[in-house]
Design a binder for this molecule. Structure first.
Ligand SMILES: [Zn+2]
Length: 280
């Protein structure tokens, strides 16, 4: 038997893998850098250092790129891929029917699939949409402490129209500073849902007229609750940024959303997808 050698892990970052906990166990976080994996829950309370080597590889094609676009793409992919088009962020602007979709086959697999409209509590009440297959990952990535699927629709565009309607009364963004500080009060999501559905009734009826009676299907789901491995929430938020300072090190105090909480500051690892780092 050889000696166990503690080799530093190195590779390009992809977003952390997060699985929900159960009972008293919080969510489980795995750092992913290239092929390397690190159980971050096991590192809580211990030093953690990430060093950005200066290289960035496109998360789609693997090409080297000097700058990252849309959180991990090279410029050609950013301009070419349907997943980087503005209609992904604003699904109500889907232009598939106009014949101008960048990748119709990709859209068939991703946009013309059941989508779920949900309420979540990440820094207060918010509305959001996701493909049914992305639950509960979506909520964990946002650092939500609660989530409730409220409606299922057939396409991404339809979910965009429902979200637009809800945005008249509810935020669709997370205040990430409040989320990281842990200053979030639990909400009664069932009561919020019933209140919103009642007050948006005529708008929803209008969408059903447009897309079909069965197009917007209310869901009777149970609210979900998420716990995060956090020893200590930061009182003041200081952000690390690999573009300004390649060395990010400190004691790991917690994990929430796609953020590492270090005693020296926080870092949103998703923002640095494709950045090559060594981890020690
Ligand atoms: Zn690329």
């Amino acid at each position: 038997m050889g000696e166990l050698i503690d080799t530093a892990m190195q590779g390009c970052l992809t977003k952390m893998a997060i699985t929900p906990g159960s009972g008293d166990t919080p969510a489980q976080y795995t750092l992913r850098a290239g092929e390397a994996r690190l159980d971050l829950n096991a590192r809580l309370g211990q030093p953690l250092a990430l060093h950005y080597t200066g290289a960035i590889a496109c998360t789609h094609c693997g090409r080297a790129t000097r700058k990252s676009f849309a959180q991990g793409y090279c410029y050609p992919c950013f301009k070419k891929l349907a997943q980087c088009d503005t209609c992904i962020v604003k699904p109500e602007t889907c232009h598939f029917d106009a014949g101008t979709c960048r990748e119709p086959e990709w859209a068939e697999r991703h946009c013309f699939q059941p989508h779920v409209v949900y309420l979540a509590n990440s820094s207060g009440l918010k509305v959001g949409i996701t493909r049914a297959t992305q639950m509960p990952t979506r909520w964990l990535d946002q650092g939500a402490i609660q989530a409730l699927p409220i409606m299922e629709v057939d396409t991404r565009q339809q979910s965009g129209f429902v979200e637009m309607l809800f945005k008249e009364q509810v935020a669709d963004r997370t205040n990430w500073r409040a989320m990281l500080k842990g200053e979030v009060e639990p909400l009664d999501l069932i009561a919020e849902r019933d209140r919103l559905m009642a007050s948006l009734d005529s708008g929803l009826a209008g969408l059903r007229e447009r897309f079909g009676t069965d197009s917007l299907r209310p869901l009777d789901a149970t609210p979900l609750h998420f716990d995060y491995p956090v020893l200590e929430h930061p009182r003041k938020i200081v952000s690390h940024n690999f573009d300004k300072q390649p060395e990010v090190a400190g004691t790991l105090l917690g994990l929430k959303g796609q953020y590492l909480l270090l005693d020296t500051g926080v870092i949103n690892l998703r923002k640095f997808t494709g950045y090559e780092v060594s981890v020690a």
